[in-house]
Write a protein that binds this ligand. Sequence first.
Ligand SMILES: [Mg+2]
Length: 382
Amino acid sequence: MNGISYRLSGMNIEAIDVCPVRGPRKEAVRSGTTGATPVSVSEFGIVRLRVDDGREGLGEISITYPRIGFTLCHAARRLIVPRLVGRDPRRLPELLSLIDATLAGELSAPYLRAAFEMALLDWTGKHYGVPVWQLLGGRARERVPLAWGIYQKTPEEMARDAGAGLAAGFHAIKLKVGRALDDDVAAVRAVAAAVGRQTPLRLDANEAWRSVPQASQAMRALAAEAAVEWFEQPLPRNNLSGLRLLRQQAIAPVMVDESLQTLHDAYEIARAEAADVFNVYICEAGGLLAAAQIFALAAALDIPCILGSQAEMGVGTAAAAHLGVAVPNFTHAWETFGPLRYTREIVQPATRIDNGFLYPAEGTGLGVTLNEEVLAEWTVEE
Ligand SMILES: [Mg+2]
């Protein structure tokens, strides 16, 4: 130590509310993970952090599967809030270290860390009078191209959805596969017929195929029906050697999603040569800065990256929009259109998604405030 003490004075986190919310979805959705029990609501949390400068920061606890959002709200209130209240919100690295130490590697830690980091960055932007994208390094582009995602339905419904997605301006189409192979083939065939074979499809198995031979057979059958942009998570998350074998078969690029949460996971996947493309999440990485670090690692390794979605509501999607205009390496459309999944919008101004592009809200911080009426309607009393 050089003996110089550096103190920031006169600013404290006064209070943090963590509010469990239940957001009804426009449709109940099925994927390779949730096939038996479709998801019809999202049970998330809203973090509302107040500082004694009179400003507020917003964060979102987003996790669709497993459905532990309310449990995370409980953990946030019991474990994290007491450790942050009274502390200086400008000392972000210190606060994040406190959260990390408190959660000590717990599997769900990144989701909580991300929500609090989001709220702290929102506050920081408001305090210094800059948008969050400025805190992330500055603006690289004006807007974020989006892909449209379609869950498991009948082939006719999926084809209709895909056509509507393209007509609405979305830049790519993602389908949830991983049912019986005949059903997947019928769905992909119907969608390819609806959108034309020149539109590459992203096919997400959500770990449904259990072995390399099973995955390989399914991938070959589906690749015969459509131009496939990539197969997402064709094998269980820990099977990195299997993913590497699938890549070597060169049927189509292999994307990791469930295998990849943190920066350390990204490193292990790259070392194992287990993926052609990364699907990164703010909530799984442990925040916007952590997600940006994965993008930076991927850039160094020349691995394309997208930001995926846990169907984030308006706060989480606002964060994604700021990251999306700030990351230097943007190669493929992102999947962060969560607010379109819900019956109502929890932020104002409403998330701007036009012609397949997501725009960050204007203003400082994340640029959004809560729609108090929707918040009240969605809040779950405990
Ligand atoms: Mg996925």
